[in-house]
Unconditional design. Structure first.
Length: 231
């Protein structure tokens, strides 16, 4: 899937007033993802959502424009460490840094996040891609380029998770093209601590639960075989 929808949402006030109360009703820990164009903006968002009891952890989306360098904050290790270090004191909640794959050295960025005070990292985010209008030669997406996700990026996810796992000691949330329990198991074997399901949920809204069942069956084959035996 290639998209350029950005990050549509109701803004901080709308999220806290309308979305958070409904999300808090779900019987699962809630991780809120925040994104801003500067350390101060990100810090304000982190502080506001971190104050809410319903929020179990905060995830920083650092794949955002940086007016000083013209690059993603998350693509420059020194800049990433500066931002994470500045934001860290703004909440006592666990803080996850979502790394960008659009960088020359994702392991260096992971080390920067760890040095800045992150409690965990998640990867990979979408890869930058482009498509041309079938009827012409102009970019098909409104933003010219967009984020590529789904099965096409699975091998990149495995490589980057493996690289990061050998570089840091933090927990890693692995993602990228996960559509089956076997895909999830591959990421765990590559070094992930947890696995997330994204694009597959567009095709199958119940994909997360299905992948979890398939993963459990692969990790506990004997136990599942016993459950299938007739009484």
């Amino acid at each position: 899937m290639l998209n350029s929808i950005g990050l549509p949402n109701k803004g901080l006030d709308g999220y806290l007033r309308e979305d958070l109360p409904r999300l808090a009703e779900l019987p699962v820990p809630l991780i809120t993802n925040v994104m801003g164009s500067s350390a101060e903006e990100i810090g304000g968002l982190v502080e506001a959502v971190g104050e809410r009891e319903a929020v179990a952890a905060v995830e920083l989306n650092v794949s955002c424009p940086n007016v000083k360098t013209g690059l993603d904050i998350g693509a420059v290790p020194a800049e990433l460490e500066r931002v994470v270090r500045a934001v860290r004191p703004r909440t006592a909640k666990p803080m996850i840094v979502k790394l960008t794959p659009n960088t020359a050295d994702v392991a260096a960025c992971a080390r920067a996040a760890e040095a800045g005070g992150a409690d965990a990292v998640s990867l990979i985010n979408t890869l930058r891609g482009m498509a041309l209008d079938p009827a012409g030669d102009r970019p098909w997406l409104g933003g010219r380029t967009g984020g590529l996700s789904g099965p096409a990026i699975r091998s990149v996810a495995l490589a980057q998770v493996s690289s990061v796992a050998s570089a840091i000691s933090l927990p890693i949330i692995g993602m990228g093209g996960v559509a089956t329990g076997k895909h999830a198991l591959d990421l765990l074997r590559a070094g992930a601590t947890l696995v997330a399901v994204g694009t597959e949920s567009f095709r199958d809204p119940a994909a997360g639960a299905r992948v979890a069942r398939e993963l459990s069956a692969l990790q506990n084959p004997c136990k599942n075989a016993q459950h299938r035996q007739p009484a």
